[in-house]
Design a protein around this ligand. Sequence first.
Ligand code: AMP
Length: 371
Amino acid sequence: MRIGVLGAGQLGRMLALSGYPLAKEFVFYDLSGSPSAGLGEVIIDRNHEYLKDFLSRVDRVTYEFEHLPVEVAESIAREKPVYPSPRALQVCQNREAEKTLFGSLGIPTPEWRIADSAGTLKKAAEELGCPVVAKSNTEGYDGKGQAVLRSPDEAAAAWESIGHERLIVEKFVDFQREVSIIAARGIDGELAFYPMAENVHSEGILRYSIAPAPRLNPDIREDAERYIRTLLNELDYVGVLALELFETADGLVANEMAPRVHNSGHWTMEGAFTSQFENHIRAVSGLPLGDTSPRGVSCMVNIIGEHGSIADILKLPYTHLHLYNKQERPGRKLGHVNVLADSYEELVWRARNCATFLPGTPELDCSLTRS
Ligand code: AMP
């Protein structure tokens, strides 16, 4: 089976790496002009001329990034099976549609408003009560296109700095930590849930994921599974879905979802019996899903901006290095290290040791280090 992947970045690369042992072949379709997957067949199509050619080479289609025109996904779906469906893509591209769906399914969100001018942004900030977070309604990722308003008087400057015509304005959530849940759904509706991860961000970019999330209340886990199950079934979803959540004193509040494999699930490559990448390939191929149980405890450390001392990391017996073969650039995701351990105490020590070889990596500050 030849799987067509829309997008050709590191997520596509890791999907292919997990699909080869299942005898899958991969064709990537890249609209950016700078693919980094580095394996399989890559069709670069900046002017949308070679879509038919791409489709003639594949049996089914999936994607590895969600900022792809929905019309492209829809036109593909008329010719080949596309998993997950273009509807999932459409919802995830638009924060307003996403939050509306969450609300209609009983999934709690921060209180929100829409702003289409500096004036309506100010009004939203007044109504919600500051601080609020203003985000471009479309095209945002890794904290880009966002501003925190500490007072409604900052509305004009925030509107100017974001520079989008439609914003979602959210009440700032006073969270204890950020967590995520990743799950897979097969073509026959089979479901598999990974243990949740605790995620540490810095400047909007994920730096560490710890899984299973330490000291997680079983009720919180049940809530998260219920929310993602509801979404998977509502969207008749096939593949891996990630849901990012805030854990607060009053329970979970949903932030956003991603219709694809997710950075907060990279720990599953060695830290779970079946990785998120393999389970995505299994799901879209119509195969049974694999075991999502953890092997010990894991901490994923992202390599951002510069590679650091790769040789030193390779000398550590408890690390697994994944490099994406990308050039160094500030803020760019170049790879990640999966650190494994038998206890959280050992995990913190190991992750900190690993981070000393990665310049620019913030100190690990998570629920395990705070108590
Ligand atoms: P997003 O692009 O929506 O994932 O936002 C990036 C990061 O900004 C999140 O991981 C949070 O750390 C922070 N953030 C986003 N929305 C809120 C909110 N409503 N309240 C508090 N922090 C937020």
